[in-house]
Design a protein around this ligand. Structure first.
Ligand SMILES: O=C[C@H](O)COP(=O)(O)O
Length: 337
């Protein structure tokens, strides 16, 4: 099926297949720290909040296109379990969902080929279980690292943790930054830390988790985004999912515009990952529409956009089922853990 991703505003819709092969983007090599650029960044908080407030209301994706948007969203999910009581069995079930996120009967009814999630995201100790369970697929394992979620263990240990996760089979490393470097405006320390993390990752892609709910202001979010990109982050990510405030639309707008500025200045595309508290299909569509409007279609691919989410897939599958059958089935049909 040629699935269309259209919305009210962008009627020159891109025709796109929800199961495109992953496009390969050159990695962000980073650049020297440009303090003048960092310090010149300002954010008009009330303008950002006004724009963000209009987003959900303005996004009325036509019913016929909803399924395509939802399937696209699935391909961009880092299907996540990050709990103290994670077990190998739970990770195996998670990986089974990542391999087959939508029931075959639903996919058939939608005329779609099989799809997978963008990645699975686990703690270091769960990498071997995920590796076994994902054998024979191209689904990458993302490991949270560097003393996730607080990031306050000794730097040597945080760097070693990255190296061990890469050795164990993680292709993507989600690091947490030291929030204090942002809160004290020590951009050099943030840059040096991020650069060391990127170097420890080697060929594994690195996502920089800013923990935006702990950064104090949107201006700090914008400046930290820029510094992490200058230091070579492949993705910038909002949250660990453990802060009291996680992904929000105003924060996303600020981070996405920092990505746009970095692209305008360097020609390098950096990815974006909102994470934490995104659990509804309609929110997923809002985020995709935001990416499309602010950055364009190229940022709707899983190599440049991911959701960090543990329960979003459940709701998307329910909505797809409703789209096909006209009714919702019992929750147990979609359980992931
Ligand atoms: O990075 C992913 C988050 O930890 C997942 O958060 P969530 O459980 O609120 O979806």
């Amino acid at each position: 099926m040629a699935a269309q991703l259209t919305d009210k505003k962008t009627t020159d819709a891109t025709t796109t297949d929800a199961h495109l092969p992953q496009v390969t983007e050159p990695r962000n090599p980073g650049m020297p720290l440009d303090l003048d650029w960092v310090r010149s960044v300002q954010v008009n908080t009330s303008a950002v909040e006004r724009r963000a407030a209009t987003l959900p209301a303005r996004r009325s994706v036509k019913k016929a296109h909803q399924a395509a948007w939802l399937l696209r969203a699935i391909t961009c999910i880092d299907l996540t379990t990050l709990s103290g009581d994670d077990t190998e069995r739970r990770v195996e079930r998670l990986c089974a969902k990542a391999r087959q996120p939508v029931a075959p009967d639903l996919l058939n009814a939608l005329g779609m080929k099989p799809i997978t999630t963008g990645a699975v995201c686990v703690y270091h100790e769960m990498i071997p279980a995920a590796k076994r369970a994902l054998e024979g697929t191209n689904i990458p394992i993302a490991a949270v690292s560097t003393g996730f979620p607080a990031g306050l263990s000794p730097l040597e240990l945080r760097i070693r943790e990255i190296e061990m996760s890469v050795e164990a089979g993680a292709a993507e490393i989600d690091i947490v930054i030291s929030r204090r470097h942002v809160l004290t405006g020590d951009w050099q320390a943030l840059y040096d830390e991020m650069k060391a993390f990127r170097a420890a990752c080697g060929d594994a892609h690195v996502k920089a988790i800013l923990a935006t709910g702990e950064l104090g202001s949107l201006r700090n979010v914008a400046r930290a985004s820029l510094v992490c990109m200058m230091a070579g982050a492949d993705f910038i990510k909002t949250s660990t999912g453990k802060e009291s405030v996680n992904a929000t639309l105003p924060v996303s707008l600020v981070m996405i515009r920092a990505i746009r500025d970095y692209y305008d200045r360097t020609g390098i595309r950096v990815g974006y990952k909102p994470a934490g508290g995104i659990s509804k299909a309609k929110d997923a569509i809002t985020y995709l529409a935001l990416m499309k409007e602010e950055l364009g279609d190229r940022w709707l691919e899983p190599d440049l956009f991911r959701f960090g989410a543990s329960s979003l897939l459940n709701d998307i599958e329910r909505q797809l089922e409703h789209h096909v059958t006209g009714s919702y089935s019992a929750g147990y049909r979609h359980a992931t853990s």
